[in-house]
Design a binder for this molecule. Structure first.
Ligand SMILES: Cc1ncc(COP(=O)(O)O)c(C=O)c1O
Length: 432
């Protein structure tokens, strides 16, 4: 690596060299080359067939360093980096520590722009509609806290939304008199219209904003966001999408949803280093938002006006390009197909069990990797405890309106064998 850098330094201007050094773009790693070769070998297989090809996914599994103490079925909190992304990230950390303020005062902003350009490609928007944040909470709270609220304004959301966002709306209520109106999502809707109508039923002439999860984190339900946006816009209401669990999980470009705002955590399904997120704001909406922290004077429609957070761990942001490279080389369609297959693999085996209750829709278009399950007669906390202590399976207990059970989130490295172990554990628990 060092040799290559030296050679390049002789033929590049200093700035280009620095930029590339910090991005780690000078050489494709052996891992990347190996995946590219593997993908090439399997290029004639449709994604849903490749999803079942054990050899392919066993090779992918070898890119991860997995703890042997348990089977990790709790990838919903944070998706660990494959070793390749981790090693590149460590290089960024070392580089930052070596160059220190020199880096920050020379190419920091250019590299931030490069990350935004790469994310814009994945999002389907233009670079000036997107900023890198630390996580979904920062992205969504920026919008919720940035709207020019007036007393009595209403916002619509779901009981099943993420707690931090519900708390932010509560804060807006205490501070500005914003009224939160919550719908209750069914776990097994009969149609998209059932969901769309639920949101529509809460809209009044005071409604300013509708927030909706693309993937509900507690049970993995995928909501018909595009239809919800169309309905809300037809009534003059803006839509904020909580995309914490959809970006780089579902093979959908956020800009195609037709929403006004979209926030996500890149450390979830994109597997960047922890502490990276993204906010997309439709160009003509940028000027309407207050920033969370004041930036120096900028044009009202300059999205960077919303992005001041002081000195931050920019080596984390540099990991975005590496994570995108890893994601792209596997391919969004193949990734989604594998994750869907894994969820269907285990849920199909238990769905008719009289003592097992699935709290996630069965249909492929209404879920992907994540599902929630309850063994009747047990609490979710009992379940997660028994799963870990007796069966060495790591999960998370969920106790939220309408959703009581453990959340099961496999990732690309999860094997059918691990899921068989989980199913066997569930069956034993369900037998009493
Ligand atoms: C639906 C949803 N929204 C928001 C968040 C918050 O994400 P972060 O903690 O990365 O800001 C999460 C985290 O799990 C989530 O699942």
């Amino acid at each position: 690596m060092f040799l290559i850098l030296k050679q390049h330094s002789a033929i590049m201007d200093k700035r280009t060299f620095l930029k590339q050094f910090s991005l780690g773009l000078l050489a494709a790693t052996p891992t990347m080359n190996a995946i590219a070769a593997l993908v090439e070998e399997n290029k004639l297989l449709p994604a849903n067939k490749l999803a079942r090809t054990m050899d392919f996914w066993s090779s992918i599994r070898r890119h991860y360093k997995l703890k042997e103490d348990y089977i990790n079925l709790e990838n919903g909190y944070y998706c660990m980096m494959p070793q390749d992304t981790l090693n590149r990230y460590l290089e960024h950390v070392k580089m930052l520590n070596y160059e220190a303020s020199y880096y920050m005062r020379t190419v920091q902003d250019e590299n931030n722009l490069l990350m935004r350009e790469k994310l814009a490609e994945m999002t389907g928007c233009s670079t000036d509609e997107l900023v890198v944040t630390r996580n979904t909470t920062e992205a969504l709270d920026l919008v919720i806290g940035g709207i020019h609220w007036e007393k009595g304004d209403e916002a619509i959301m779901a009981e099943q939304d993420y707690g931090a966002m519900l708390n932010m709306f509560r804060l807006m209520g205490e501070r500005y008199g914003v009224v939160s109106k919550k719908i209750n999502l069914p776990n097994h809707p009969k149609s998209d219209e059932e969901i769309v109508d639920l949101y529509a039923s809460q809209i009044t002439d005071k409604t300013r904003l509708l927030m909706v999860c693309h993937v509900v984190n507690i049970n993995g339900q995928v909501l018909p966001v595009k239809k919800i946006c169309e309905m809300a816009h037809s009534k003059g209401v803006e839509v904020l999408v909580d995309g914490a669990h959809s970006f780089a999980h579902l093979n959908v470009k956020p800009a195609d949803l037709g929403c006004d705002y979209y926030g996500t955590s890149l450390h979830k399904w994109l597997s960047t280093p922890m502490g990276a997120g993204m906010l997309y704001v439709k160009k003509d909406k940028i000027k309407n938002l207050w920033p969370l922290m004041a930036e120096s004077e900028k044009e009202p429609d300059d999205i960077l006006r919303l992005n001041h957070t002081g000195t931050k761990p920019v080596h984390v942001d540099l990991g975005i390009a590496d994570a995108i490279a890893y994601h792209n080389i596997i391919g969004a369609e193949r990734k989604e197909a594998r994750l869907k297959y894994l969820k269907q693999y285990w849920t199909q085996k238990v769905k008719d069990h009289p003592n097992i209750q699935l709290n996630t829709p069965h249909e492929d278009e209404r879920s992907c990797a994540i599902a929630n399950v309850l063994v009747k007669g047990m609490t979710s906390s009992e379940m997660s405890k028994v799963l870990l202590e007796e069966y060495k399976i790591w999960t998370v207990a969920i106790n939220r309106p309408n959703v009581h059970g453990v959340r099961i989130t496999p990732n690309l490295y999860t094997t059918e064998r691990e899921l068989d172990q989980f199913v066997a554990a569930l069956e034993k628990m369900a037998a009493g």
